[in-house]
Design a protein around this ligand. Structure first.
Ligand SMILES: Nc1ncnc2c1ncn2[C@@H]1O[C@H](COP(=O)(O)OP(=O)(O)O)[C@@H](O)[C@H]1O
Ligand SMILES: [Mg+2]
Length: 308
């Protein structure tokens, strides 16, 4: 991939949230009050999670995003620095409180999440435009869509003629023109999102996911469709589609942020010069390592480097 190599590092553009994760026997129903077992506070948001996963892979990473001028914002900034993420492009806004995510995890590891974007809404096209030179100077850019869709579009447009690798994690799914999606070197979606992008039922098994990945790789240059405990399927346009099985974890405590670990480790692999398939295989293994402990970034170990 053009522009690869650790020189310019990875630039993640995306959301930053204060995660409040409650563990309970099961998810509450409407109108129900449950007593939870414990609570874990952490750094979250797809942008922050993916940036931390890159840092945990030993690759220099910067995060472009926004927090509020509040205690959560100051804490989030500190946590990012503690994880080794460069926060010089992180904005503090007076207009909205820091983003928060309110997560409930049941004993089986499944979760339900409400996200209040807050300050993340101020990661607007104008802010992206201001950092155009930083975007085009990075080796690999990582984007997701917990910031305004127009900001993702602005970033993709800015990168049209740049040599950086672009990893687009279309989560949540937002509508983008095919010309923009076509700038993605790797499009990463989970099974639900794959179905939404293609306007089809979510793939339920490896065979259906392979078909979905092939369809997505007609728009992006490569596609990764993640399948939870089954791992992921990976395809490069014109190449074969492979299944990377997830290792069997000793136990599943909390799958929050697993997909983000996958995206970050994938981007780190590409920045090291690994091919998409090798980088994605390593990313599947890394993502599964995170499901055995609680929280999103708090569950990320130091990831072994993907080799070029
Ligand atoms: N229950 C699980 N057991 C093992 N690995 C898992 C599990 N859930 C997620 N993973 C790992 O995390 C990756 C992403 O998970 P997935 O559920 O597909 O995405 P999301 O994070 O969007 O829910 C998978 O490809 C796999 O490597
Ligand atoms: Mg999952």
């Amino acid at each position: 991939m053009a522009g690869s190599g650790p020189a310019g590092g990875v630039l993640v553009v995306g959301s930053i949230n204060r995660d409040v994760t409650v563990f309970a026997r099961r998810l509450p129903g409407p109108g129900e009050t449950l007593i939870g077992d414990r609570v874990v506070y952490g750094l979250g948001g797809k942008g922050a999670n993916q940036a931390v996963a890159v840092a945990r892979s030993g690759i220099p990473v910067r995060l472009l995003g926004s927090v509020g001028n509040d205690d959560n914002g100051r804490l989030l900034r500190e946590l990012l620095v503690g994880y080794g993420v460069d926060v010089t492009l992180l904005q503090t806004t007076d207009d909205l409180p820091s983003g928060t995510a309110h997560i409930t995890v049941e004993t089986a590891g499944e979760n339900a999440i409400i996200v209040v974007p807050g300050a993340n809404a101020t990661t607007a096209p104008r802010l992206i435009g201001r950092f155009a030179a930083d975007l085009t100077a990075a080796s690999v850019i990582v984007l997701q869509s917990e910031i305004p869709a127009n900001s993702v579009l602005t970033a993709l447009d800015l990168l049209q003629d740049a040599s950086c690798g672009v990893v687009l994690n279309l989560a949540p799914v937002v509508e983008l023109p095919n010309s923009a999606l076509g700038r993605a070197d790797v499009l990463v979606v989970n099974a639900t999102e794959a179905g939404q992008v293609l306007g089809a039922p979510a793939p339920r098994d490896i065979r259906e996911a392979k078909a979905a990945a092939s369809a997505l790789a007609r728009v992006a240059r490569a596609a990764v469709v993640t399948l939870g405990p089954i791992g992921a399927v990976i395809t490069e346009r014109g190449g074969e589609t492979i299944h990377a099985a997830a290792p069997v974890p000793q136990h599943v405590t909390d799958t929050t942020g697993a997909g983000d670990a996958l995206v970050g480790v994938l981007a780190a692999g590409l920045a090291r010069g690994a091919g998409v398939v090798d980088a994605a295989r390593a990313a599947v293994d890394a993502a599964t390592m995170t499901v055995v402990s609680a929280g999103a970034t708090p569950s990320y170990p130091v990831f072994a480097p993907a080799t070029a």
